[in-house]
Design a protein around this ligand. Structure first.
Ligand code: DAS
Length: 359
C-alpha cells in the first residue's frame, strides 16, 4: 500500500478534527451588547432637497428607526433599538425636555440588559445636553451624545459615521466610567467641555482641553480622562430633580444697555451668567447694577464671551467683595447648565463656587 502523501495526511487530519468537534456545541460567540438610541431630532435627522444642500435643509424629519436602518453596520456592533424622545431642532430644547430626557436615559441604564445609550441630538445645544447628563446621571455605563453637521440627504453627509462611532463607543467596555461622551468627526470628546466651535463645518466640535480619544474603523483609542466630577461621582441625581430653575445669560460688549440686566433678572431667575469681555470683565457702569441684583438674592456668575481660558476669581474683579462666583473654564451656556443643576438645591456663594471648581 502506497505511503500516504502529505496532502492526503493533512486532509485526513482535518476530517478527524472536524468530526471530533462535530458532536460539540458551536463555540459560543460572546453576546453582543445592547445599545438604545434615544432620538431627539436635529440635523442628524434632517432632510434637504438635494445632495448639494449641506446647509439648507429641515432638521428633525427622519424617525429613529430610519436612522438605524440607514446604518446597517450597527448590527455588527450591538443589538440596537431606538426610541423617539422628541423630534425637534435642538435650539428649541427647554428645561422640561432636558429633565425628561435625563429621566429616560437614567431609567434605560438601570436595565441590566442595556449596556449603553446613544442620544441623537441637534448640534446647536448638544453641548448643554451632554453636560447636563454628565452632571445628573448616576451610572458608569457609556452615554454618547451625537449629532451631525450635514443632513443624511447631503453629499458627504457625516451623520452615518458619527452614529456608527457613537454606537461603537456606547458598546465599548472601555468607555465605562468616562462620563458622558460626544462622538463627532472621529473624536471622542467629554460631554463636560465639548463645544460647537464652528457653526457650519463637519469639524465643528472640539474642546479647549482636547478630545479624550478617537474612534476609528470601529475601534476606540483613549488618551486622557476627565479630571472633573461627573455621573456616579456627582452630588446631583436626575431621580431627585423634577425641574430646573431659571438662569439667564447676559452677553457682554462695549457700551452695554443696563436694561438687559433688568430683563435678565425677572422674578424667579435664580442666577445671572455674565458673559463678560476678556477675563469675565464687568464694565464700571454695570457694577452697581450687578451688586443690586445680588442684593435681591440672585447669584451673579462671571463667565466670558471668549471661547477659551479660565475666568480667575478676584483677578480684575473683586468677587469676594461683591459676593460673585466665577465660572472657571465653562462657557456661558455650560455655566448656565451647571448653575441651574446646582440651584435645584439651596447653595451659599461659597458652595456654588466650589461646585464650579469641581464640575
Ligand atoms: N438647528 C440645528 C439643531 O437642531 C441643526 C443641527 O445642526 O443639528 O441643533
Amino acid at each position: 500500500m502506497k505511503p500516504m502523501t502529505l496532502g492526503l495526511r493533512a486532509a485526513c487530519a482535518a476530517l478527524l478534527a472536524a468530526s471530533a468537534f462535530a458532536g460539540l456545541p458551536a463555540l459560543a460567540q460572546p453576546a453582543k451588547p445592547t445599545v438604545v438610541i434615544v432620538a431627539t431630532g436635529g440635523t442628524i435627522a434632517g432632510a434637504g432637497a438635494s445632495a448639494l444642500n449641506s446647509a439648507t435643509y429641515q432638521a428633525a424629519k427622519v424617525p429613529v428607526d430610519k436612522l438605524i436602518a440607514g446604518v446597517p453596520e450597527l448590527a455588527s456592533v450591538a443589538n440596537v433599538r431606538g426610541e423617539q424622545a422628541f423630534q425637534i431642532a435642538s435650539e428649541s430644547f427647554t428645561n422640561d425636555k432636558l429633565v425628561a430626557l435625563g429621566k429616560r436615559v437614567s431609567a434605560l441604564l438601570k436595565d441590566s440588559e442595556v449596556n449603553g445609550v446613544v442620544v441623537t441630538h441637534g448640534t446647536d445645544t448638544l453641548e448643554e445636553t451632554a453636560y447636563f447628563l454628565n452632571l445628573v446621571i448616576k451610572s458608569d455605563k457609556p452615554i454618547v451624545v451625537v449629532g451631525s453637521m450635514r443632513p443624511g440627504s447631503a453629499m458627504s453627509a457625516d451623520g452615518m459615521l458619527n452614529l456608527y462611532n457613537a454606537v461603537v463607543v456606547a458598546a465599548s467596555p472601555s468607555a465605562k466610567g468616562k462620563g458622558v461622551l460626544v462622538t463627532m468627526a472621529d473624536d471622542i470628546l467629554s460631554g463636560r467641555d465639548a463645544a460647537k466651535r464652528v457653526n457650519i463645518k463637519t469639524s465643528a466640535f472640539g474642546s479647549q482641553w482636547g478630545p479624550l480619544g478617537m474612534v476609528v474603523e470601529g475601534k476606540t483609542f483613549w488618551f486622557r480622562s476627565l479630571a472633573k466630577r461627573h455621573t456616579v461621582n456627582s452630588e446631583f441625581d436626575i431621580d431627585t430633580i423634577d425641574a430646573l430653575p431659571d438662569v439667564s445669560i447676559v452677553y457682554g460688549s462695549g457700551s452695554m444697555n443696563m436694561a438687559l440686566y433688568d430683563a435678565a433678572a425677572t422674578p424667579g431667575v435664580k442666577a445671572i451668567i455674565n458673559a463678560g469681555t476678556g477675563n469675565g470683565s464687568v464694565p464700571n457702569y454695570a457694577v452697581d447694577k450687578l451688586k443690586s441684583i445680588r442684593d435681591k438674592g440672585v447669584l451673579v456668575i462671571r463667565s466670558s464671551r471668549v471661547a477659551d481660558g479660565i475666568v480667575l476669581r478676584n483677578a480684575e474683579q473683586p468677587d469676594d467683595k461683591y459676593d460673585w462666583v466665577v465660572a472657571h473654564d465653562l462657557n456661558p451656556q455650560k455655566a448656565k447648565i451647571l448653575a441651574a443643576v446646582a440651584l435645584t438645591k439651596p447653595q451659599t456663594t461659597a458652595e456654588l463656587q466650589r461646585i464650579f471648581w469641581e464640575y
